[in-house]
Design a binder for this molecule. Structure first.
Ligand SMILES: NC(=O)c1ccc[n+]([C@@H]2O[C@H](COP(=O)([O-])OP(=O)(O)OC[C@H]3O[C@@H](n4cnc5c(N)ncnc54)[C@H](OP(=O)(O)O)[C@@H]3O)[C@@H](O)[C@H]2O)c1
Length: 247
């Protein structure tokens, strides 16, 4: 597939490397220009381009930026054809993103993103830690292969997201409509807890809307305190903290 990625940070760069290695034709951009893109991304076969170039001649656009950048992305994708699939990896952390009233009042995060962008999106890879995404992918059918939740309303977005999740080494699990994607937001049992496709559906169902924001904030406080006390947390440590708080 011809894929554009907006955002070349932790998640965008891993996706670019994995999808290029899997044989896809990938272009990637950040906000500062192609010369600032990590050379390992280009070495894997992706093309580093200007953000304005990312949307040309693509079938799928992956948006992997902080929520504070969504309005800038809206301007960049104004001419993106309707049939291009769009996948959003974002999560809302008020401490990092600043407070967004609609999200504080409970609007589903990717529904807000779709509204801001003025077009549908699928939500995928938001609930997998960068460390898990980087290191824990496996071949299809391998025992213990982890799963990634995919939510969305349009077939074109969801089909692309399911196929690309597979290409990154994870089982895609259909998590329903975008309105249901609060079940994979920070604070939910399915969020960054490394589940297989046998266990992910039950975790999505077990989510409680009233608990996800307080549990998200508790996890952040817990992690921040551990780091301030000198802990060096691995991906496995973060998964354990999430499991202990979100379940
Ligand atoms: N890190 C994780 O473990 C993880 C896991 C799942 C989901 N997520 C979510 O995925 C999203 C990205 O996370 P991340 O950790 O990869 O973030 P990150 O490391 O901070 O990277 C963000 C990227 O977005 C780029 N960007 C910002 N504004 C842009 C714009 N207007 N146009 C083009 N590029 C722009 C930045 O480019 P510049 O540096 O040039 O500004 C940077 O490359 C976030 O919503 C995050 O919550 C993160």
């Amino acid at each position: 597939m011809n894929i554009g990625i907006l955002g070349a940070g932790s998640i965008g760069s891993i996706l670019a490397r994995k999808l290029s290695t899997a044989g896809h034709n990938v272009k990637i951009a950040n906000s500062r220009g192609p010369h600032t893109i990590d050379p390992s991304i280009v070495a894997a076969g992706a093309r580093a381009v200007d953000a304005t170039d990312v949307i040309n001649d693509i079938e799928v656009l992956i948006i992997s930026v902080p929520l504070s950048s969504v309005s800038a992305v809206k301007a960049l994708i104004a001419d993106l054809p309707n049939e291009v699939a769009v996948i959003d990896t974002s999560n809302y952390y008020p401490l990092r993103d600043g407070h967004i009233q609609a999200l504080d009042e409970g609007q589903v995060e990717s529904v807000w993103v779709a509204e801001q962008l003025g077009r549908p999106v699928a939500k995928a890879w938001n609930a997998v830690l960068a460390g898990s995404l980087e290191a824990k992918g496996k071949a299809a059918g391998a025992p213990g292969r982890l799963a990634v939740a995919v939510a969305g309303d349009r077939d074109v977005d969801k089909r692309a997201a399911m196929a690309l999740v597979e290409a990154t080494g994870f089982d895609g699990v259909d998590a329903g409509s975008l309105a249901e994607s609060w079940r994979q937001q920070p604070g939910a049992p399915a969020y960054c807890t490394e589940l297989t496709r046998q266990h992910l559906p039950a975790a999505l169902q077990a989510a409680r809307k009233d608990l996800i924001s307080p549990r998200r904030d508790l996890a952040i406080t817990t992690i921040t305190e551990k780091i301030e006390n000198g802990a060096v947390l691995t991906t496995d440590d973060l998964v354990e903290i999430n499991r202990s708080i979100y379940n």
